[in-house]
Design a binder for this molecule. Structure first.
Ligand code: PEP
Ligand code: MN
Length: 355
């Protein structure tokens, strides 16, 4: 593999940018040159084949756009990356010297498609980035990684682009950060970058999501950029100009995973010990709570009463919201926490009821 690609693959933070779709040769070349001029971008992205949710939207310029990317690379030195979803697309991309390939969210969901892409990759010396599937399923994401790895691809990275959810209003794709964090935990050596563009679906909150990703120690960002965002042929609402991108990258607070200071480590260690103690206590208390729930289960069993008592549950939640507000716990957290506790409690009672 070319050393520039090797070098960029290892660079932190890795910044990938470029249009959602390659539209015209002029648009690709001008975007690439303006991105290169910022000095902040490591790789040029552009969608050549666009998997669109509904028919009738722009479905990508196709293979004809690949020489434009070659030309952009020649002019700027930026390695290029495109999305591939079929074996033929892999062949074409490699034929035109694309440096890094990525598998899109709508492909990761489908093991047949991923396998087809993986088969076409066999023997190729090209890094591959794998986006999370559109649904919140880490096994599908992992499965795609395994299929590509089995095809002999050595350099595999992850892209977190959020998950579809019905009725979502704030984000186009809910970030569900906990899933990205879990994927990172399972693959500690694997690069994971964040794609704020497809999470947000709109410009105004890109910065917040990008900062959050950096705070969570992501290895880089993929952000869509366009010379005329409002008139982009796809994803117009979420694209920004190369100059806006540079401004945004300048205002991000870049954080390190670690520093070499004894004082810092000693202070951190003390606080972490306190957290460990509190976590132990919380678990003890939760276990006591479950034992009481089991006793309630006995009563319910003896009196033939249902486990779920909706009124009582509402009362618990209302109480917790009020209390939580006073002590700085968000309603969202209280809801999730009590849901989890409630489910565990029901399962303990279930065992008693059916014993
Ligand atoms: C894209 O990167 O333009 C794209 C189609 O993304 P996703 O696969 O995340 O929807
Ligand atoms: Mn897009």
């Amino acid at each position: 593999m070319k050393s520039i690609v090797q070098e960029k693959w290892k660079k932190r933070p890795l910044i990938i940018s470029g249009p959602c779709s390659a539209e015209t040769e002029e648009q690709v070349l001008e975007t690439a040159q303006r991105l290169a001029k910022t000095g902040r971008v490591d790789m040029l992205r552009a969608g050549i084949w666009k998997p669109r949710t509904r028919p009738g939207s722009f479905e990508g310029i196709g293979t004809k756009g690949l020489p434009w990317l070659q030309q952009a690379k020649k002019l700027t030195g930026l390695p290029t990356t495109v999305e591939v979803a079929t074996g033929k697309q892999v062949e074409d991309a490699l034929h035109f010297d694309i440096d890094v390939l990525w598998i899109g969210a709508r492909t990761t969901v489908n093991p047949f498609s991923v396998q087809e892409v993986a088969d076409a990759l066999r023997g190729a010396d090209v890094p591959v980035l794998i986006k999370n599937p559109i649904n919140p399923d880490l096994e599908l994401w992992t499965g795609a990684v395994e299929r590509v790895a089995k095809a002999g691809i050595k350099q595999i990275g992850l892209i977190h682009r959020g998950f579809s959810a019905y009725g979502n209003t704030e984000y186009r794709n809910a970030p569900m950060w906990h899933l990205a964090i879990e994927m990172k935990r399972r693959n500690p050596e694997m690069m994971i970058i964040n794609d704020p563009s497809h999470i947000c679906g709109r410009r105004d909150i890109l910065m917040d999501v990008a900062q959050k990703a950096i705070d969570l120690d992501f290895d880089g960002l993929m952000i869509e950029s366009h010379i005329d965002p409002d008139n982009a042929w796809s994803d117009a609402k979420q694209q920004i100009t190369p100059e806006k991108l540079a401004e945004m990258l300048d205002s991000i607070v870049w954080r390190k995973e670690d520093v070499n200071s004894e004082e810092y480590h000693a202070a951190l260690e003390k606080l972490r010990q306190q957290i460990n103690h509190l976590d132990d206590e919380l678990m003890q208390i939760l276990s006591q709570r479950m034992k009481i729930a089991e006793r309630i289960g006995e009563y319910k069993k003896n009196n033939n009463i249902t486990i779920l008592q909706t009124n009582r549950w509402n009362e618990i939640l209302e109480r917790a919201f009020k209390k939580g507000e006073k002590i700085g716990l968000s309603k969202e957290f209280i809801t999730r926490y009590f849901d989890a506790v409630h489910m565990e409690s029901i399962s303990h009672q279930n065992k008693i009821m059916n014993s």
